[in-house]
Write a protein that binds this ligand. Structure first.
Ligand SMILES: N[C@@H](CCC(=O)N[C@@H](CS)C(=O)NCC(=O)O)C(=O)O
Length: 203
């Protein structure tokens, strides 16, 4: 299978981490949807990465769907519980972490707009989403080693990816100051070989 990904995409990184943790072989195809030569819109009409293309040509996007597909391959470690409700709860935390990333990406794009077109109000609105999301994630992480259950799950990977993305794009947020449980979680996640192997380039 092939994973279309851009090196700095936090959503693509989440999937690369899942593939690494499960030791699933894949071909990484670096493709940035922002470049004019991108092939991504030919395989994902939404023109976004990550996209997974199976050997038989079947295509999966977006990252939660790809993660769900990879779980069907029965490779260890299992990152989603088999119990249906427990699974929904892990996916809720994944959605929360991905939503923090969504707000950070939107704020970054807004901040890069030219003078006169940039909306400080919109940046503040997105930053408020990040801060509320972090507060809820902090409550979920407090007093526990893992966000759900007694082992690594997709929720921990999504949270670790979102926090690392904040460090990359918004170091001035200093999110660790008010979120000690997330600080501990991020330190543990970033020390995993899967995270070390997928550190994004600066830029
Ligand atoms: N919800 C999607 C978000 C994917 C996404 O927004 N990817 C960005 C890269 S970080 C992208 O490809 N953006 C290109 C665009 O919006 O045109 C997922 O989880 O896969």
């Amino acid at each position: 299978m092939k994973l279309f990904a851009s090196p700095t995409s936090p959503y693509a990184r989440k999937i690369r981490i899942v593939l690494f943790e499960k030791q699933l072989p894949f071909e990484l195809v670096e493709d940035s949807p922002w470049e004019s030569a991108t092939r991504v819109p030919e395989i994902n009409p939404l023109g976004k990465v990550p996209v997974l293309v199976l050997d038989d040509g079947e295509v999966f996007f977006d990252s939660p769907v790809i993660a769900g597909y990879l779980e069907t391959l029965n490779a260890e470690p299992r990152l989603l519980p088999t119990d249906a409700l427990a699974r929904v709860r892990v996916r809720q935390t994944e959605a929360l972490a991905d939503g923090i990333t969504d707000a950070a990406v939107t704020a970054l794009l807004e901040s890069r707009r030219p003078d006169g077109e940039r909306s400080d109000r919109e940046i503040a609105r997105q930053t408020a989403k990040i801060e509320r999301g972090l507060d809820v994630l902090e409550r979920r992480a407090t007093g526990r080693e893992w966000l759900h259950g007694d082992g690594l799950s997709l929720a921990d990977i999504a949270a670790g990816t979102a926090l690392a993305y904040l460090d990359l794009r918004f170091p001035q947020l200093s999110w660790r100051d008010a979120h000690p449980a997330l600080k501990t979680l991020e330190a543990r996640m970033s020390a995993r070989p899967s995270f070390i192997e997928t550190v994004p380039p600066v830029g």
